[in-house]
Write a protein that binds this ligand. Structure first.
Ligand SMILES: Cc1cc2nc3c(=O)[nH]c(=O)nc-3n(C[C@H](O)[C@H](O)[C@H](O)COP(=O)(O)OP(=O)(O)OC[C@H]3O[C@@H](n4cnc5c(N)ncnc54)[C@H](O)[C@@H]3O)c2cc1C
Length: 559
């Protein structure tokens, strides 16, 4: 089934639910009016539907290969990547001083959703570059910016993020890759990184690796990590790719999905790199990239939910099986249980999209107006966007397989590919469990101000009337759970972090869907379904969130 980019859905959300017009009212994003946004999204949709989507299946079947020390990508990826780069889509929110379009994050994530729905493996490449552009923009010296930013923004060169080592995954502070000062402003980087997305490829002329490493005598843990830009080919005096650096892709991981994305084991063998940011300040710089990537990965989850929903809906309209008990239906779309699955998929997908776009708008407003409250709002929404977006991706893709019946388990339909491809999004960029811990740990350090401000917004929506008092009840449940979290010890909070985040996300979903329904009455049945059915879990989730850690240690879980 052909993917159709949901342009009108996104523009509706921006205009009627999320207050997207506020962006065009700032001087920074004065060009980003709703009309311009719609025109940009239409252009992106043409590329996503026409050139990128046809590669999704090919990427799955003919994944990246390592041949004679070189990674060869899926046939067609090179040309499609070129179309993405020359269209300006890689650098759409990159700095204008380096050739970027300076577009708001809200539009960038909307475009990224479409490109990722079309082909997640390929769209992961520009996502990494976009994160790197932001990290260099904020933390690199002017000299480094001048060498790298224009090439990255134009998509001529691509970026990677090198954190993970065999013994250092979630615990980045355990990494051992070494950096030694060459005494000429450069450093010698030695170590092995694993699971590096797009670590090597043949779709662009150079690759810039951002590598976390440790200087001799650096403090233990995350306080002793520095960040280095390590190019595959060292730029010559004219800024073009010059001598090959001492680094290579040693092997490619054999993965459950995302076959088109080369996931590399990288060896840095005394490679030359340049420090980004301060000595031992690597985590701060990397956090810029990771925060960008967290929202980006939430969007990846959403993108697969949207694609899986579209395909399942079309299948349900075509497949005849059994006689639906309701007049006027001849295919499985008439069966109540199939409708429940599809409504769940639709409501979760729309909720996740609203959360991600709202987070992006807050980031944009914080940047445009120097608004601290919007920055705190974005920081609180980021782990929700990452976790809920990717959980929804996994759940909706699984329901998509279910709606297809046995054909969902057969690769030809493509339903299984969404399920396989999306699974990693709940793992990488900080596992979802760790995101939830970030929410109840770091993101409540403000004494609950950002959480309560959001709850006030939801309360205001609930007060305007709706299909069920459950939305206001959910706010009260979350108020109590938030108060409990603020009093509890850290491990007790961590024990309840996942149900707390889920309850918050489902309630935010109800708030957005109800606002959408207030703007367009035809959307009321979906809002009612979400609030009555899916939000039935909110109260019990909040209770579970406040149980504390002791019950989790009561069973010995003996091997
Ligand atoms: C396809 C793919 C692409 C990737 N791309 C990149 C990339 O481009 N760059 C890069 O640097 N890395 C990349 N990664 C690595 C990815 O970010 C890590 O796999 C992820 O951070 C988890 O680390 P880990 O695999 O070591 O799992 P572990 O850290 O060993 O975690 C195992 C389990 O324990 C849990 N856990 C661990 N620590 C804690 C804790 N403190 N509290 C509670 N629970 C905990 C985790 O949630 C998880 O469930 C990629 C991975 C994959 C599979």
């Amino acid at each position: 089934m052909a993917y159709r980019a949901p342009v009108s859905e996104i523009t509706f959300l921006l205009e009627h639910v999320l207050g997207g017009t506020r962006l065009g009212e700032t001087s920074l994003f004065a060009d980003a009016t709703l009309d311009t946004a719609a025109a940009i999204l239409d252009e992106a949709a043409k590329l996503a539907e026409g050139e990128i989507a046809p590669l999704n299946r090919i990427g799955d079947q003919q994944g990246a290969k390592l041949e004679n020390g070189m990674v060869r990508c899926t046939p067609g990826f090179r040309e499609a990547y070129h179309a993405l780069a020359t269209g300006g889509w890689v650098g759409m929110n990159g700095p204008e001083a380096y050739g970027g379009m300076g577009m708001p994050m809200a539009l960038t994530v909307a475009v990224n959703e479409m490109m990722s729905s079309a082909c997640l493996s390929l769209a992961l490449n520009p996502l990494m570059t976009q994160g790197q552009i932001e990290a260099l923009e904020h933390h690199a010296s002017d000299a480094l910016k001048d060498i790298y930013l224009e090439k990255l923004v134009s998509g001529q060169w691509t970026g990677t993020m090198n954190l993970t080592e065999p013994q250092a995954g979630s615990d980045v502070g355990a990494l051992t890759t070494k950096a030694e000062d060459n005494g000429d402003g450069s450093y010698r980087i030695t170590g092995q990184k694993i699971f590096i997305s797009w670590g090597d490829h043949d779709v662009a002329e150079n690759i810039v690796h951002l590598v976390l490493a440790r200087l001799p005598g650096a403090p233990a843990g995350t306080k002793g990590i520095s960040l280095f830009a390590v190019p595959k080919f060292i730029p010559d005096a004219a800024g073009n790719p010059g001598a090959a650096n001492s680094l290579r892709a040693v092997s490619l991981e054999h993965k459950m999905g995302l076959h088109g994305s080369p996931t590399c084991v990288m060896a840095f063998e005394g490679a030359t790199g340049w420090m980004v940011g301060a000595e031992n300040g690597g985590m701060a710089a990397m956090f810029t990239m990771m925060n960008n990537a967290r929202l980006g990965v939430g969007i990846q989850g959403l993108s697969q939910a949207e694609a899986a929903y579209q395909q399942a809906l079309e299948y349900a309209h075509e497949r005849r099986q059994g006689r639906p008990p309701v007049e006027g239906f001849s295919t499985i779309i008439g069966h109540a249980d199939v409708r429940r699955n599809l409504l769940t998929m639709k409501a979760l997908t729309q909720s996740a999209r609203a959360i991600c776009l709202d987070c992006a708008i807050s980031l944009d407003l914080a940047r445009a107006n120097g608004d601290e409250a919007q920055a705190a709002r974005a920081a609180f929404l980021t782990p929700i966007a990452k976790t809920f977006g990717t959980d929804v991706g996994c759940e909706v893709a699984a329901l998509g397989v279910q709606v297809h019946g046995g054909m969902g388990y057969i690769e030809e339909t493509g339903a299984a590919q969404f399920y396989r491809d999306v699974r990693v999004t709940a793992i990488y960029e900080g596992t979802n469990g760790i995101q939830a811990m970030d929410m109840v740990g770091r993101k409540l350090k403000d004494g609950g101000t950002a959480a309560r401000a959001l709850l006030d917004e939801i309360r205001a929506t609930a007060a305007t009337g709706g299909p069920h008092p459950r939305l206001s009840a959910a706010v009260e449940h979350l108020e109590r759970a938030t108060a409990w979290m603020l009093d509890a010890g850290l491990n007790d909070r961590f024990a309840g972090a996942v149900p707390y985040l889920r309850a918050f996300a489902l309630t935010l979903g109800g708030h957005y869907l109800l606002r959408a329904a207030q703007a367009d009455g035809a959307r009321m049945p979906l809002a009612a379904f979400h609030i009555r059915q899916l939000m039935a879990q909110v109260g019990p989730l909040c209770e579970a969130a406040c149980e504390g850690a002791a019950p989790l240690y009561a069973d010995p879980l003996a091997v």
